[in-house]
Write a protein that binds this ligand. Structure first.
Ligand code: SAH
Length: 512
C-alpha cells in the first residue's frame, strides 16, 4: 500500500496565515517533515502518534541535503504513511518543492500540493508595503538572491531587465549577496535613491523592518546586523510603509508573554495575546486528574432532588459534573429546582453551555463574595452541593457549613504539569520575557516548583501580572512584586492590564 504526500505551504509565519486545507493535512498525517521557516506551533495540531522530522535550519545550511529530504519523503510514503511536507510560505516559491514533487511523480507516489501565502507577498503586507499600487508599481518580480551552488550553470539574473522594469523587486535569500544585488542594479541604471526595505522574520511577533536606499543598502544591512530570513524589497512602494504599517502598531507587538495556566484553560489568553501582536509562550503548570469511578458523585447525582443549591467554582468542576450527569442518563432538567451558583465568569459561561443560566454569579469572582451573597438568603434547611477540586480552598465549605447542610464532593485533583519543564528552564535562561501572567494561586506555586528556588530571583526582572487579590498574595509570599493586578478577575481584564501598560510603547524601551 502506498501512502500519500501533501506538500503544504505553511505561510510566512503568523500562525493564522495557513490555509484550512493545509491544517487538515497536518491533522491527518502520520509523518510531518518540516524546516525552520514553518511555524512549529502547527505541530500541536497533529495526531498524538505523529512522527515529526526536522530537516532544516539556516537557509544555506540544511540539516539534511535536499536529495536526502526527497528520499525521506518518498520512503515514508512508500511505507504506506500519510506525509505532510511542511514548507515556509508557498511550496513552489524557491522552496525546491518542485523537485520534491518530481521525485514523487517519478516514483508513482500519490501527492497533492497545498499552496501557501508566500513571504514575498504576505511579508510585505505585514511590513505595511503593498506589493503593487497604482501610483508606484504595476508589476512585481520575485527573485532569488542565492545563486546555485551545485556546480550546474546558474540561470544568471538579467540585471539589465530588472533595473529597467518599473515594478517592485523582491529578493529572497538575498542577504549574503546584497552587495552584488545593489551594485548590479545601480550599474544597469536603477536610480540609486530607490527605497529599499529589509523585512526579517516577517509576520511574526519578532518582525523587524529596516529601510535604506539602493545605494546605502549594503552599509545599512551590515550596521544593523541583518540576518536571514529577510526579504529585500526595492521600489517606491516602500515609502507607503510609514502610513500603512498596521502590524507593528499592535499594542503587544514584540512582547514575549509567558502564560501559566492549565493546558486546557489558557487558549483564550493565548489567542488574545496573538491577536494583539504579542508572542504568547504557553507553559502549562497544572494538569487536571479526574477522580475516576466516582461513586460519591454518582450517589449525590441520584439524590439531586434533595438539594437546593449547587456551587461550581471552576470550569473543570462544571464539565466533570455535567458529563457524569449525562453519562447517568440525566440532563439539565434534573436541576430544575436547584439554584446554581458560579464563581468566575468562565465557570458561568461553561454552565451556560450546558443549557442553564446560573442564578448567582458574584460580581467579584471570588468565593468570599459568593458567601456575602448567600449568607442572608440561605436557610437552615437548605442543602448545598459543592463538586470541587481535592486541593481547592476550603473557605466556602467551612463558612456555609455553619449555616446549613453542605456536601462537598471531590471530583478532580490538580497536580503539577512537568511536561514543559525543560523548555521553561531554557526560556528563563535565554529569552527576554517581558510579562508573566498568573491566573490562580496554584499556578503561582506550581510555577515556582517548576523553575526551582534558584531561579525565582530571575522573575524580579519580569513584569508579573496577577488576576486578583489571592493570586497576588501568593506571589508576594515568594518575595516578588506584582507589577499589575487586573481590575477584574477575568482573562479580558488581564489582557487590558498588559495592553494598557504605559511603558509598553513600541519605542524600543526595554521593558524589564
Ligand atoms: N517558500 C518560501 C520561500 C523559501 S526561500 C516562501 O514562499 O516564502 C527562503 C527565503 O524566503 C528566506 O531566505 C527569506 O528571504 C524568505 N522568507 C521566508 N519566510 C520569511 C519571513 N517570515 N521573513 C522574511 N523572509 C522570509
Amino acid at each position: 500500500m502506498k501512502g500519500k504526500v501533501y506538500l503544504v505551504g505553511a505561510g510566512p509565519g503568523d500562525y493564522k496565515l495557513m490555509t484550512l486545507k493545509g491544517l487538515e493535512c497536518i491533522r491527518k498525517s502520520d509523518v510531518i517533515v518540516y524546516d525552520r521557516l514553518a511555524n512549529i506551533n502547527y505541530l500541536k495540531e497533529a495526531k498524538e502518534d505523529c512522527e515529526f522530522i526536522n530537516v532544516g535550519k539556516a537557509s544555506s545550511n540544511h540539516l539534511l541535503p535536499q536529495g536526502d529530504i526527497n528520499r525521506l519523503i518518498a520512503d515514508k510514503a512508500l511505507e504506506g504513511k500519510v506525509v505532510t511536507r511542511l514548507k515556509g510560505g508557498d511550496p513552489y516559491v524557491f522552496g525546491r518543492g518542485g523537485e520534491e514533487a518530481e521525485i514523487l511523480r517519478n516514483e508513482n507516489i500519490d501527492f497533492e500540493v497545498v499552496p501557501g501565502i508566500t513571504s514575498a507577498i504576505g511579508g510585505l503586507c505585514y511590513a505595511g508595503i503593498p506589493i503593487t499600487h497604482r501610483d508606484h508599481a504595476s508589476s512585481f518580480h520575485v527573485i532569488t538572491g542565492h545563486p546555485r551552488n551545485d556546480g550546474k550553470e546558474t540561470k544568471e539574473i538579467d540585471w539589465k531587465a530588472l533595473a529597467h522594469v518599473k515594478g517592485t523587486l523582491v529578493f529572497l535569500m538575498g542577504i549574503a549577496n546584497l552587495k552584488h544585488i545593489s551594485e548590479n542594479l545601480i550599474k544597469e541604471g536603477k536610480d540609486k535613491n530607490t527605497p529599499v526595505a529589509f523585512i526579517s522574520w516577517a509576520t511574526r511577533y519578532n518582525q523587524r523592518v529596516v529601510t535604506a536606499t539602493l545605494e546605502s543598502a549594503y552599509e545599512v544591512a551590515i550596521k544593523e546586523n541583518i540576518k536571514p530570513p529577510t526579504l529585500i524589497v526595492v521600489g517606491t512602494v516602500v515609502n507607503l510603509r510609514e502610513k500603512l504599517n498596521f502590524f507593528e502598531e499592535k499594542p503587544l507587538f514584540g512582547k514575549n508573554i509567558l502564560v501559566t495556566r492549565s493546558r486546557t484553560q489558557s487558549s483564550t489568553l493565548v489567542e488574545k495575546i496573538s491577536d494583539l501582536g504579542g508572542n504568547p509562550i504557553e507553559i502549562p503548570t497544572i494538569k487536571i486528574e479526574k477522580i475516576e469511578n466516582n461513586v460519591e458523585l454518582e450517589e449525590e447525582i441520584n439524590n439531586l432532588k434533595d438539594y437546593s443549591y449547587i456551587i461550581f467554582s471552576s470550569k473543570n468542576a462544571v464539565d466533570i459534573f455535567f458529563d457524569k450527569l449525562n453519562e447517568m442518563g440525566y440532563d439539565s432538567r434534573a436541576l430544575y429546582n436547584i439554584k446554581i451558583c458560579a464563581v468566575g465568569a468562565e465557570t458561568a459561561r461553561h454552565i451556560k453551555t450546558r443549557g442553564i443560566n446560573p442564578d448567582i454569579v458574584p460580581k467579584k469572582y471570588i468565593a468570599e463574595e459568593l458567601y456575602e451573597e448567600l449568607k442572608d438568603i440561605i436557610e437552615e434547611n437548605d442543602k448545598i452541593l459543592i463538586p470541587r477540586a481535592k486541593n481547592a480552598r476550603g473557605f466556602l465549605v467551612e463558612k456555609l457549613s455553619k449555616k446549613c447542610f453542605v456536601k462537598e464532593v471531590l471530583t478532580y485533583e490538580s497536580v503539577i504539569d512537568y511536561s514543559k519543564k525543560d523548555e521553561l528552564l531554557d526560556i528563563m535562561e535565554n529569552e527576554n520575557v517581558d510579562y508573566i501572567t498568573f491566573a490562580s494561586s496554584s499556578t503561582v506555586k506550581n510555577f515556582m516548583t517548576l523553575i526551582g528556588e534558584g531561579n525565582i530571583n530571575k522573575l524580579k526582572l519580569i513584569k508579573i501580572i496577577s488576576i486578583g487579590d489571592i493570586t497576588s498574595k501568593t506571589i508576594k509570599e515568594f518575595d516578588l512584586d506584582v507589577y499589575k493586578q487586573s481590575d477584574e478577575a477575568t482573562i479580558a481584564s488581564m489582557i487590558d492590564a498588559i495592553s494598557n501598560d504605559k511603558f509598553n510603547l513600541n519605542t524600543g524601551v526595554l521593558t524589564c
